[in-house]
Write a protein of this length. Sequence first.
Length: 314
Amino acid sequence: MLTKAQSLPADQVFLDLEDSVAPDAKEEARDLIIQALREGAWGNKTKVVRINDCTTQWTYRDLITVVEAAGDHLDCVMLPKVQDAGQVEFVDHLLAQIELEKGWVHGRIGLELQIETAPGLVNAESILAASPRTETLIFGPGDMAADLGMPSLTVGELQLDYPGDHWHWVLFTILVHARNAGVQAIDGPYAKIRDLVGFREMATRSRTIGFDGKLVLHPGQIDAANEIFSESQADYERAVDILEAFSVAVEVEQRGAVMFGDEMIDEASRKLALMTLEKGNREGSTYRSAPPEVPIHERAAWRIAKLSEVDPDE
């Protein structure tokens, strides 16, 4: 799995020391991860190690052993089942000591934090404020369901007996805390790895409210996740058109609102379109109708210039 993961089309791979590793295999798993980080061909993937949570006897040794040996090949540490700010501070300080001893840049190794319990959700604001290393807040549906006492036996599945989405409030709470702290919000896994219809439904729900991505458990889920959490070509081009139309309204017509098709667009529309445009740009999207020599951010000026060249009689 460590070898296969290197060639998969995932944005990030986290090498696990926690739930997927049996207690007696923890030490061996550390050595395998060190070897995979140091010798693997990971390309531009974000490389993360998920350590054991701070209530276990393995946490400090996970950090010291793996980070000291392969921290120069590591982007982030994922801390599961975070319950309070003190746990984050402990990991932050230990990473700082390792960076100091190794002569690495302080704070280079980021943190990804999993919210999987009621205390973690309640304390999310202070948890996110505990370390400037934090880059991502991740929902853990399996442990959260167990902690809350939900009658569920499948991780990440929608409970059909509930009139709606039983995770909606939890997801929205995590999203709001993540956005307030300026970090990514990532949805948790879906355990039925062959049920792509179910995976798509749950991924679409979290994407619709604003999540940045979703953990996958199997290579078969990657393409669906990449599709759902990427900007569509249609949305990207519509965003460009909205920005263009609004720019003309403001700069040429000196109006703060204008009709765009059958809807009114204004400053709020510009912000939404700009968010879509920037996300699409990061993913490599292009406006297929634009002249290749005209950068996207100059399209409005280009359009105004072209309009001025048009013969009024045509």
